[in-house]
Design a protein around this ligand. Structure first.
Ligand SMILES: [Zn+2]
Length: 429
């Protein structure tokens, strides 16, 4: 079975999360591994939502983890040109929810794993495959559950390959391959504005609602400060080095906080993708206030999705927000998923080398992922995850715009490319 055929099958299991229903897809992978003579174990925190773990034996090096999730986000409200769970192959593209995030990558990881078994490939250390549930809804019954309650499965593992990275991205005629080596930290906050409240028939100037408005306006009008962390620096320098002269120096001035915002504006769409790598961010997402139309609320609660750069603590982010909004509102931490302050880059050069062998024009760059992946649940076990599920894509293919969106699809040839890359990497870690 080719990686594309494997992906077609995976897409046909509707694993929209919630509720997930990953069982069919996990059993399907389990069947493929069993046919190849590979033992698997399944761990489920709740019925119907298993996680699969399998292992190939290798040499004395620390084991390498290959991990990927088979749940997907909803397609509701999206207008698709092809059925999202059809898994159709049309003009060389596999269509469907999960084609890139991340059933396509899972198909590549599983294909490389099966190939190593089939060919009796010599592996530097054991290779562990984990097919996971629940990444898209927080990982509580997926990676988080496995890492917290079955940590023994990953004993000795130092490195993992997973999403999000290795896809090609053409800029200024050059082909870059961002490899995720770090991600920002979830730092969810709650702001509370309190005031006297009162009767809706009376005059209530400067009340809780007005102060909420000021809070939101301040937040919108004043971005948090620029910080150049080591991965963001390496990313910007890696891209700049491949750009022609005038563009190169403009791009490099992203790293000078005095010019960062000006350059980001100039870069337009690309600037918006880059900006979260260069500052802590905060977005107000939920407002709770008022229950009756004739009562001015005395409490307004605002939930804030803040994301901290590596090396920053929730208090740093709260302090930066306070500098913008003042101290009219109470701000408290709701959830923090901490990440390592600095990545371990020991495998990075090898992974970049694999890409250059398969694509001589490849320019690998280390990526700081603005979002989060299951990598954060393995990090406390001392596991450095690399987002390395390579896809060589056509220059005009807007990969990033298809993630979680309508018409998600991937070239079958890109899946072959990625499988070859992963197969090379698991022989050299
Ligand atoms: Zn994903």
């Amino acid at each position: 079975m080719t990686p594309a055929e494997l992906l077609q099958q995976l897409i046909r299991f509707d694993t929209t999360n919630p509720p997930g229903n990953e069982e069919g897809s996990v059993e399907f992978v389990r069947g493929l591994l069993a046919e190849a003579g590979i033992d698997t174990e399944v761990y489920a925190k709740v019925p119907g939502r298993p996680n699969l773990v399998a292992r190939l034996e290798g040499g004395d090096k620390a084991p390498l983890l290959l991990q990927g999730h088979v749940d997907v986000v909803t397609t509701s409200g999206q207008d698709w040109a092809r059925p999202p769970f059809g898994g159709e192959l049309v003009d060389g593209y596999v269509w469907g929810r999960g084609a890139v995030d991340m059933k396509g990558p899972v198909a590549m990881l599983v294909s490389a794993f099966l190939r190593a078994k089939r060919e009796g490939t010599a592996l530097p250390g054991d290779v562990i495959l984990a097919v996971l549930a629940d990444e898209e809804a927080g990982g509580d019954v997926g990676a988080r559950f496995l890492a917290e309650e079955h940590a023994h499965l990953f004993e000795g593992v130092r490195y993992a390959l997973s999403e999000f990275g290795g896809f090609s991205l053409e800029l200024a005629g050059q082909r870059f391959y961002p490899i995720q080596v770090a991600e920002k930290q979830i730092c969810w906050l709650k702001a509370t504005v309190r005031g006297p409240g009162g009767h809706g028939a009376m005059v209530n100037r400067g009340g809780t609602m007005a102060r909420l408005a000021k809070f939101l306006r301040d937040l919108d009008g004043h971005p948090l400060p620029v910080h150049v962390t080591p991965v963001a620096r390496a990313f910007v320098e890696g891209i700049a080095a491949a750009l022609p002269r005038p563009k190169r120096s403009v791009f490099l001035s992203l790293l000078n906080p005095r010019f960062t915002d000006r350059v980001l504006r100039r870069l337009g769409r690309h600037g918006r993708l880059l900006e979260p790598m260069l500052r802590n961010t905060v977005n107000a997402t939920i407002v709770r206030a008022g229950e009756k139309i004739n009562v001015v609320p005395s409490v307004v609660e605002l939930e804030l999705d803040a994301r901290a750069l590596p090396g920053f603590k929730p208090d740093d982010v709260i302090g930066e927000i306070r500098d913008v909004v003042g101290d009219d509102a109470e701000i408290e931490l709701v959830r923090h998923d901490p990440g390592p302050p600095e990545p371990n880059l020991a495998l990075y050069d090898m992974l970049g080398g694999v890409l250059r062998e398969l694509d001589p024009d490849a320019i690998p760059v280390p990526l700081l992922q603005p979002g989060v992946t299951d990598a954060r649940f393995f990090a406390p076990l001392g596991i450095q995850t690399y987002g390395f599920v390579p896809l060589r894509l056509p220059a005009d293919f807007r990969f990033l715009e298809l993630v979680h969106a309508a018409d998600e699809r991937v070239p079958a040839s890109a899946l072959d490319f990625g499988t070859d890359a992963i197969f090379s990497a698991i022989q050299r870690f």
